[in-house]
Design a protein around this ligand. Structure first.
Ligand code: AP5
Length: 187
């Protein structure tokens, strides 16, 4: 399997670019944020557990993400590979992903890190708030999401760098320009 991770702070373009990458390379796009938002909307048991956490911009507990990962892998047997968008976000999640992929004789091939300045992501998310009204797109929660990214998720960049998997990509510029740079990094 050809598995990619798209990292980056909130609003860096992970979702936008993952859709394009998945289409170009014939991969299955997995956004844990989208999966969780669907559960919240459906008012499922999982959705009710995570609703308040997501509204504050904190991370959902790892154990719940492990359950999601297991069901994603079980329900997508035979795919060419995955584009993971917003997952992993903690060291425990990265280790679990490695373990589960290894069990399928697979691994993470590249971890693309979209680099975007704080001011730019805040601008993008406040613009999106006017159009889509996502509950976590407000100044206070955006600021917390950025802090959570820096404290809990950005250390993973080292984890993938040490394993020779990290590809930093400048995430500012047009969507097509960023996509072209990602494609160069994927090779
Ligand atoms: P998640 O949905 O993953 O949110 P996020 O990381 O905050 O990222 P966003 O979806 O806001 O931004 P993005 O980087 O995907 O950018 P996008 O392409 O949308 O997670 C939400 C919550 O779920 C978390 O806070 C947490 O609570 C929970 N969660 C999810 N996964 C978890 C996990 N693994 N562990 C624990 N908890 C988890 O673009 C943003 C905007 O910018 C759009 O309007 C877009 O059109 C625009 N844009 C994109 N590219 C450009 C560009 N190049 N130029 C100008 N505008 C652009």
């Amino acid at each position: 399997m050809f598995n990619l991770i798209i990292f980056g702070p909130p609003g860096s373009g992970k979702g936008t670019q993952s859709v394009k990458v998945a289409e170009k390379y014939g991969l299955k796009h997995i956004s844990t944020g989208d999966i969780l938002r669907c559960e919240v909307k459906a008012e499922s048991e999982l959705g009710n557990k995570v609703k308040d956490i997501m509204t504050t911009g904190e991370l959902v507990p790892d154990e719940l993400l492990f359950q999601i990962l297991i069901s994603v892998l079980e329900n997508n047997k035979g795919v060419k590979g995955f584009v993971f968008d917003g997952f992993p976000r903690t060291l425990a999640q990265a280790l679990e992903l490695n373990k589960r992929l290894k069990a399928e004789n697979s691994e993470v091939v590249k971890a693309i890190s979209l680099e975007v300045e704080d001011e730019e992501v805040v601008d993008r998310l406040l613009k999106r708030a006017e159009i889509e009204g996502r509950k976590d797109d407000n100044k206070k929660t955006i600021s917390n999401r950025l802090n959570v990214y820096k404290k809990q998720t950005s250390p993973l960049l080292n984890f993938y760098d040490e394993r020779g998997r990290l590809c930093p990509v400048h995430g500012e510029g047009s969507i097509d320009e960023v996509f072209a740079d990602i494609c160069k990094a994927v090779g």
